[in-house]
Design a protein around this ligand. Structure first.
Ligand SMILES: Nc1ncnc2c1ncn2[C@@H]1O[C@H](COP(=O)(O)OP(=O)(O)OP(=O)(O)O)[C@@H](O)[C@H]1O
Length: 780
């Protein structure tokens, strides 16, 4: 709220103030402080009410955003798939530590890649996992905490937890910066009061034609004070920005630690549907939380201080009634405006949804441009897109009209009437010293034990001008402080929203890392089973992992999907070193899931799993993960160049590997081994798979899990790769539908798609019977 107070007040006030006794003045100051605090209480009540209103609006906004999120699901799914396939590979490739370093960059690429994903949607569609389906479930879930944002005890408890992470100790830098901001705020308020006093003195000197006083106050004092004033202002800005960055750093690193270790990133995105869009939570919501928290700190503490100090200062000249009337007026007008205000929260939410619909139409056009073009559907799409745009425009016009109506009232109450009230308050001692105002203020005066006495006539024009200037400035500052307090209500609700979201992330990540959940999944998953799920209940008994042997053995292990479907019952087989195993079965029967259990991504149920330590196993999926970085880093992933140098491995050694997989040319392109580009875009499907095989040969694990990872490689090269892997002593566990691969394996694990399985020898005489003339599978 602002005033347009200006002009010159009439003379005759000064005597009134000279005549006031010290005792009375002290009483008035005390009363003014009480009035100020009471008014702040009123303002606080107001903005709590406001917060509830905002809460309602924000819930509507959130709901609407949910709808928009649903509408945009198709696009997000593409992006999530890219992210999750990266997460799966980073998890199974033991790339955790490296993944931590590259998390931000990878997310950025995935996001940037979403556009490519749109155009190239056929590639992405190969991937069966769609964690965004889980996102769909939770985003519409009415019990989701997104719809339940409250400024309550739980909020303050959560907030306190994060404040303790952000400010870990009283000796931390963050604590000093927080205290520094507090001290700077006090200094700034004191300087504001000095400015008001000084402005009064300057006007007084001008009116009294006192040149010496004018030079002293205007030139000398301001010249001296401009240094501390500009210093304080800018130090305040600097400290607030610093605290924001420090808070974000602490909190982001805290979440990175939780998220990127112990495969939590995989579990959170694949096995658990409690949270969605973790990338957004970690990168954006944490940042917004920190910004809102720091802003709230400065936006509440400063105005509170201002209200108390400005009120007490004003009371010295106007008595308690000045600030009390002004604050009362603000509370009154705010209440009126709130009553009459249209539901802008809902209107804005609707606007967002309509904008989302409009954007989605265009995005779908880009995504399916080819199909639409083949169908000749341009006209149909135009009709549809124009219709959506028309709806958006009509809604925007409705909002403009609502804003126009409330704007009229707003200007009258907040600008012009407030100006009148401000003028009246400042000139009260001279014009309104008896009668109506006295009667009006009498109850307030009695309750505050203040005597709103009539000041004696002032007669010193210079002093009057001084008082007028100072008081009007103080009143402007006071009203600005109350305005900021009122706005803080909105910020508090926003902070509650971010705290809930960040708090949810925190509790889910911590839950997934609990020792009892680490190996066996969420305990609650079993607890949620109904009594009718007898078989499932029996199958989901926590299993035992022995990971220090040099063979792979499944003993009575059950494979259960996160959706609690029993994919394989009572698995028992052994893969001794040197015995390659081929896994076959219909789509969706659980072949890849076996690997997920083997690598520790999915919970282990049933019996005992024996396997070598993770570092001695390697996993290559059908679409290999290519990290951000140079060509060298693609081959050695998840090892870093530094680690490679430490182990005395040279680029020439890598070149041999590339030659083995028939990709030797790659290192001879521009920038050679240091060539950094988006490798998933640059390489063809077959080249990516061969590069992944070079990576396998580089790491030479004891066991390699190959999940259809040569499906795009020509048959002759594929044969060579398998032969070479055997020469290197790598034992292979392969999923493939290609009969051409049977000859490289000794055992066959076949799933029947109903939980059953067989584990048999592959006899040489079986192989020709199973392959047709062109190498296709004719019996299984
Ligand atoms: N994260 C997950 N959440 C829920 N269900 C899943 C998840 N991952 C896989 N599934 C389900 O588990 C089943 C087995 O999936 P899996 O990937 O093991 O199939 P697959 O045998 O490898 O199939 P394909 O031959 O098509 O690759 C499928 O029905 C799949 O939908």
């Amino acid at each position: 709220m602002e005033f347009a107070i200006g002009g010159r007040g009439p003379g005759g006030w000064a005597g009134a103030f000279r005549a006031a006794s010290r005792r009375r003045r002290a009483a008035r100051v005390a009363a003014a402080v009480v009035a100020g605090v009471a008014a702040v209480g009123g303002a606080t009540y107001y903005w709590t009410q406001q917060a509830e209103c905002d809460e309602e609006n924000s819930t509507q906004l959130e709901n609407s955003i949910d709808q928009e999120a649903q509408a945009l699901l198709e696009l997000q799914r593409e992006r999530s798939k890219a992210l999750v396939s990266s997460a799966t590979v980073a998890a199974s490739g033991d790339g955790v530590s490296r993944g931590r370093r590259q998390a931000t960059a990878a997310a950025a690429t995935a996001r940037a890649g979403s556009n490519r994903g749109i155009v190239n949607s056929t590639n992405v569609a190969e991937f069966p996992r769609a964690p965004s389906m889980a996102a769909l479930k939770t985003s519409t879930d009415p019990t989701s905490s997104r719809t339940n944002v409250k400024v309550d005890r739980k909020f303050f408890a959560q907030l306190w937890r994060f404040v303790r992470i952000v400010i870990p100790s009283l000796r931390s830098r963050e604590c000093w910066v927080t205290l520094g901001i507090g001290a700077t705020l006090v200094a700034r308020t004191r300087l504001d009061i000095w400015v008001s006093d000084n402005a009064g003195d300057i006007v007084k000197a001008i009116v009294a034609r006192d040149r010496d006083a004018f030079m002293r106050k205007c030139v000398r004092d301001i010249s001296i004070m401009m240094f501390p004033m500009s210093l304080v202002n800018n130090v305040l800005k600097l400290l607030i920005s610093l605290l924001r960055v420090m808070a974000r750093k602490r909190l982001t690193l805290y979440f990175h630690e939780l998220y990127l270790s112990q495969l939590t990133f995989y579990k959170a995105t694949n096995l658990d549907n409690r949270i969605q869009n973790i990338d957004q939570l970690v990168t954006q919501d944490v940042e917004k939380f920190c910004t809102t928290l720091v802003n709230l700190y400065s936006n509440v503490s400063k105005p509170l201080l201002d209200v108390v100090l400005f009120s007490s200062r004003l009371a010295r000249s106007l008595g308690a009634k000045g600030p009390a009337i002004m604050i009362g007026y603000f509370i009154l007008t705010s209440a009126i405006l709130r009553k009459l205000q249209p539901p802008f929260g809902r209107l804005t939410a609707d606007e967002q949804r309509l904008e989302g619909d409009f954007r989605l139409c265009h995005s779908r056009l880009i995504m399916h441009a080819e199909e639409i073009a083949f169908y000749g559907g341009g006209q149909r799409e135009k009709f549809f897109i124009n219709g959506t745009f028309e709806k958006l425009l009509q809604h925007m016009q409705r909002i403009f009209m609502a804003r126009f109506r409330i704007g009229l009232l707003d200007s009258i109450l907040v600008k012009y009437l407030a100006t009148i009230v401000g003028y009246c308050v400042v000139s009260m001692p001279i014009f309104f010293t008896s009668g109506f105002v006295r009667t009006l203020l009498a109850p307030l005066g009695r309750s505050l034990n203040v005597d709103f006495e009539k000041p004696t006539d002032a007669d010193d024009a210079a002093q009057v001008a001084e008082m007028y200037t100072r008081n009007s400035r103080l009143l402007i500052s006071l009203s600005a402080a109350i305005g900021r307090l009122v706005l803080s209500g909105k910020e508090l609700t926003r902070l509650a929203g971010y705290t809930t979201r960040v708090g949810e992330l925190d509790s889910v990540l911590r839950d997934l890392r609990r020792p009892e959940n680490a190996l066996h999944g969420s305990v609650s998953a079993v607890a949620k089973l109904g009594m009718e799920d007898v078989e499932l209940r029996a199958a989901m008994v926590p299993g035992r992992l022995v990971d220090n042997v040099d063979y792979v053995r499944f003993e009575h292990v059950n494979i259960v999907s996160p959706d609690r479907i029993l994919l394989a019952k009572d698995l028992c087989f052994e893969v001794p070193p040197g015995t390659n195993v081929l896994i076959t079965g219909p789509n969706g029967c659980g072949k890849s899931s076996l690997f997920r259990v083997l690598c520790g991504l999915w919970p282990l149920y049933g019996g005992t799993l024996y396997r070598p330590p993770r570092g001695r196993m390697f996993y290559i999926p059908q679409r290999p993960y290519l990290a951000i970085g140079s060509l060298r880093e693609q081959v050695i992933y998840p090892m870093t160049t530094l680690e490679m140098r430490d182990r005395n491995i040279r680029d020439e050694d890598l070149q041999k590997l590339l030659d083995e997989v028939h990709l030797g040319e790659l290192s001879r392109r521009r920038n050679g081994w240091d060539n950094v580009c988006d490798w998933s875009d640059v390489l063809s499907g077959g080249e990516k798979q061969r590069l992944a095989m070079a990576r396998l040969f580089f790491h030479r694990p004891q066991y390699a899990v190959l999940d259809e990872c040569t499906s795009a490689v020509s048959l002759d090269v594929e044969g060579y790769l398998y032969t070479h892997a055997r020469e290197l002593g790598i034992t292979l566990i392969t999923v493939s539908h290609r009969p051409s691969l049977w000859r490289f394996h000794e055992k066959l694990l076949r799933f029947d798609g109903h939980g059953g399985w067989t584990f048999t020898d592959i006899r040489p005489e079986d192989i020709p019977q199973l392959t047709g003339v062109n190498g296709e599978l004719v019996a299984a």
